[in-house]
Design a protein around this ligand. Structure first.
Ligand code: G6P
Ligand code: ZN
Length: 547
């Protein structure tokens, strides 16, 4: 086949600030919609990759506003830059874990996900783009830094001149020499889930009257959850709420926490509450798990799933190791200790789990930021977590509350809370962190909140597999009784700064496992405020969000 469509090279000049953050490049739609903005970034990406000529690229997004426009640009640029094939989800839809799954299954060169995750969508809201490598996971920093460097010198981009591809019809078409294959966004992912879980046991659970409410938050997981939960597993119709992806997520924040998943929280607090509640975020990688009368913290969820994963066929051989991000509570470490498996502490961001997963050192990973996943893909996976919980419930024959309480009784409870100060002034936030960096090491050996401080540092990480390093990943104060206070600035915001304060305390005594976390942690929370002088540096008397 010869080039039936002309390839154009369009002159351009660099934009400032195209450095990918924790999870890709995220900006307001208005920024992305400027002419050449997306094109510059995509060309810088292609220029930074080696050896993709004739290879396959996977493309999809969470369906937010600007998704379809961006997909068309990427298809035309992929064709002009020499990809052989693009697999794109129907309607431009693919969840983040589905992109990872499709890349791995079809041995693609890489993939592009269009999403700003849990940030709101719409003409005045956020958009984003991230690149995943051939193993299926987020590009490592050396790639994203190379892309950023290239954005600073770019002078032109390549694109074919052709009409838009019909994204709503399954099957193959061509763009120049490149094949565009519109795929069912759910099929490959659903097939993988069937291999991992005891589908018969879960089907029997639903057939026996177990009720689930899954809140897709008008975001990408709707079609996945409907097909797998209601379709393949026989959950009652209506199990999935807010199940149609909308460009503005119905005006909400598609973030599965107790504040933003209010429809679900209302259902779970109602008189006729189902047995289980769950939600996922904009691009389908986060999850929140609720039982009747109980909220499972993401840190506890990781610990409980680590202790019970062997109940699912995909993990019947056991868990090789578990990894958690530094601010995630140490509940999973206690399970690892008992199981005699290694536990790893990594910086915040799923990309840091990639080497450990590739090397087979860990099977499960999780983060306090509502992320849980395993070696089945290289992203965290919201619906996967829900299915693993269902599998555990089905095999144990216990309620979620009983499973959680039983876990605490066996391992002790780790009280945990995160306090967010959103939209604070960036200078104040930087000064607060500088103050902590200067003073926290000096606290070691002193008494704070009635406890001896045994650790005070700014977390630095050396990857045990590839030796790469990451410094300044968050201030840690560790106490002799196992309590911790952690401070870091969010890496995912698009305006101002967000200070996150993470507080935890270990409570071995089962007689004291029923406290409200805010009360159980009250003295540490107060100490966290005074050590950092949060009020002084931010002008805020209280956090904006507590999870
Ligand atoms: C994204 C990443 C997660 C990470 C989170 C941290 O969701 O995928 O791996 O934990 O960002 O967000 P933050 O706002 O705390 O930097
Ligand atoms: Zn997400």
């Amino acid at each position: 086949m010869s080039h039936s469509v002309p390839v154009q090279t369009v002159a351009t000049t660099p934009f400032e600030g195209q450095r990918p953050g924790t999870s890709g490049l995220r900006k307001k739609v208005k920024v992305f919609a400027q002419s050449h903005y997306l094109e510059n970034f995509v060309q810088a990406l292609f220029d930074s990759l080696d050896g993709f000529s004739g290879g396959t690229l996977v493309v999809g997004g969470d369906g937010r506003y600007h998704n379809r426009t961006a997909v068309q640009v990427i298809l035309k640029m992929a064709a002009a830059n020499g990809f052989g094939r693009v697999k794109v989800g129907r309607g431009g839809i693919l969840s983040t874990p589905a992109v990872s799954c499709v890349i791995r299954k079809h041995k693609a060169f890489g993939g592009i996900v269009l999403s700003a995750s849990h940030n709101p969508g719409g003409p005045d809201e956020d958009f984003g783009i991230k690149y995943n490598v051939s193993a299926g996971g987020p590009a490592p920093e050396k790639v994203t830094e190379a892309v950023y460097a290239r954005t600073q010198t770019i002078s032109g981009y390549r694109i074919v001149e052709a009409p838009d591809v019909d994204l709503d019809r399954l099957g193959e078409t061509t763009l120049g020499d490149m094949v565009v294959e519109v795929i069912d966004p759910v099929a490959d992912y659903a097939e993988l889930m069937e291999q991992l879980f005891d589908m018969d046991a879960i089907r029997a659970l639903f057939a026996g009257g177990f009720r689930l409410c899954f809140d897709a938050m008008h975001a990408v997981t709707g079609p996945y959850a409907r097909e797998i939960l209601e379709g393949r597993l026989g959950a009652a119709p209506g199990t999935v709420i807010n199940g149609t992806p909308l460009e503005d997520f119905g005006g909400g924040h598609p973030d599965p926490n107790l504040v933003h998943a209010h429809d679900l929280v209302e259902v779970m607090e109602g008189a006729d509450a189902p047995d289980m509640g769950a939600a996922s975020d904009g691009d389908g990688d986060r999850n929140m798990i609720l039982g009747r009368g109980i909220y499972v913290t993401p840190s506890d969820s990781l610990a409980i799933l680590t202790a019970n994963a062997h109940l699912a066929p995909g993990y019947a051989r056991g868990v090789a190791g578990v990894a958690r991000s530094m601010p995630t509570s140490r509940a999973a470490d206690r399970v690892a200790e008992k199981l005699g498996i290694p536990a790893f502490e990594t910086p915040t961001g799923w990309k840091f789990f990639g080497t450990l997963l590739d090397a087979g050192k860990v099977t499960l990973c999780g983060e306090e930021s509502f992320g849980t996943g395993s070696d089945h893909v290289r992203e965290k996976d919201g619906l996967w977590a829900v299915l693993l919980w269902l599998n555990v419930v089905a095999k144990r024959g216990e309620s979620i509350a009983d499973i959680v309480r039983g876990h605490w009784a066996e391992y002790g409870r780790t009280y945990y809370s995160r306090h967010d100060y959103e939209g604070i002034d960036s200078d104040g936030a930087d000064r607060l962190m500088a103050h902590l960096r200067a003073t926290v090491p000096g606290l070691v050996g002193q008494t704070v909140a009635g406890r001896e401080v045994v650790l005070g540092d700014d977390f630095a990480y050396t990857d045990p597999v590839d030796g790469s390093t990451a410094a300044k990943q968050g201030i840690r104060i560790g106490f002799a009784d196992g309590s911790r206070i952690v401070y870091r600035l969010s890496g995912t915001g698009t305006a101002g700064a967000t200070l996150r304060v993470y507080i935890e305390r270990y409570e071995p005594d089962a007689a004291r496992h029923d406290l409200d976390p805010q009360e159980a942690l009250a003295d540490l929370i107060a100490a966290a405020g005074s050590v950092a002088d949060i009020a002084g540096f931010t002008g805020r008397e209280a956090p904006t969000v507590i999870t």
